[in-house]
Design a binder for this molecule. Structure first.
Ligand SMILES: NC(=O)c1ccc[n+]([C@@H]2O[C@H](COP(=O)([O-])OP(=O)(O)OC[C@H]3O[C@@H](n4cnc5c(N)ncnc54)[C@H](OP(=O)(O)O)[C@@H]3O)[C@@H](O)[C@H]2O)c1
Length: 242
């Protein structure tokens, strides 16, 4: 029997590339999936395709998150909703962009953790939370001031949550992917003059697919990862090993 039979997993960012692939793999494993994002039509299409339930909410709003998650019991959470913001260096930082990216990528994931972990603790059957961070939290990347900072904050949210929730057998981990060409990343990483030197410096020398990010997320949610908590797992073709 699959680890996921009878287990409910909430996936934010489900209307996006990586979140959508994660929903598909979890459904295939037998999980009861609650898919979240802002786009109601995007969630409806995913629900029609996969059978996942839809739960729209806005990660920038504590009221929206709290109201949506009221009375919702889950075994696992994938904090995948995120924003790339704008590529900018420290000298030209637009602080409104910084605040927005922090509010979605770090604050939003923390609020989802707050409202889901309270019920996970109450249910008393353990659980697993996977935060979708980035290679940009592990190394400096040109122009990634806001985004990299938000993902570094997310990695800290992972570690402190792992510490606090471990006694309830709730594991918390990050995955830190390299580039996946999705709506978020195409505008910058799709440019050949940016992509070519980066891939040359990466041992595996190519971008990841959404499925190659979803599979390690599903592993970290599974019982096979029962002793793994508090890690930030690069899925980066070896880029950050150098
Ligand atoms: N693509 C990459 O190269 C890459 C690399 C490393 C890490 N990541 C991370 O992977 C995650 C998924 O990215 P992706 O590439 O799949 O991007 P994507 O296709 O652009 O999807 C982004 C998702 O985030 C949701 N979202 C954005 N703002 C939101 C808000 N205020 N409230 C609720 N949901 C919101 C979007 O939902 P709606 O459109 O429905 O609002 C969408 O489902 C992100 O956390 C990203 O930082 C991506």
């Amino acid at each position: 029997m699959s680890d996921f039979n009878g287990r409910t997993i909430l996936v934010t960012g489900a209307t996006g590339g990586i979140g959508g692939a994660t929903v598909r793999q979890l459904v295939a494993e037998g999980a009861d999936v609650i898919a979240s994002g802002r786009s109601v039509s995007g969630l409806e299409a995913l629900a029609a395709e996969t059978g996942a339930r839809s739960l729209p909410f806005d990660l920038t709003s504590e009221d929206s998150i709290r109201d949506a998650l009221e009375g919702v019991d889950v075994f696992g959470v994938v904090n995948c909703g995120g924003s790339g913001g704008t590529i900018q260096n420290p000298m030209e930082t637009d602080i409104a962009v910084f605040d927005k990216v922090m509010s979605i990528n770090a604050r939003g994931a923390l609020l989802v953790t707050k409202y889901t972990s309270a019920s996970m603790v109450r249910l008393g059957v353990g659980g697993s939370i996977v935060n979708v961070s980035s290679q940009a939290s592990l190394v400096a990347l040109n122009g990634h001031m806001a985004y990299g900072s938000s993902k570094a904050a997310l990695d800290n949210i992972t570690r402190v949550s792992a510490l606090e929730l471990g006694p309830y057998n709730i594991r918390v981990n990050s995955v830190n992917p390299t580039v996946v060409l999705t709506d978020m990343s195409e505008g910058y990483w799709g440019r050949e003059e940016i992509a070519a030197p980066f891939k040359k410096a990466m041992p595996l020398g190519r971008w990841a697919t959404p499925e190659e990010i979803a599979a390690p997320i599903v592993f970290l949610l599974s019982d096979g990862a029962a002793m793994i908590s508090g890690v930030s797992l690069p899925i980066d073709g070896g880029y950050t090993a150098q």
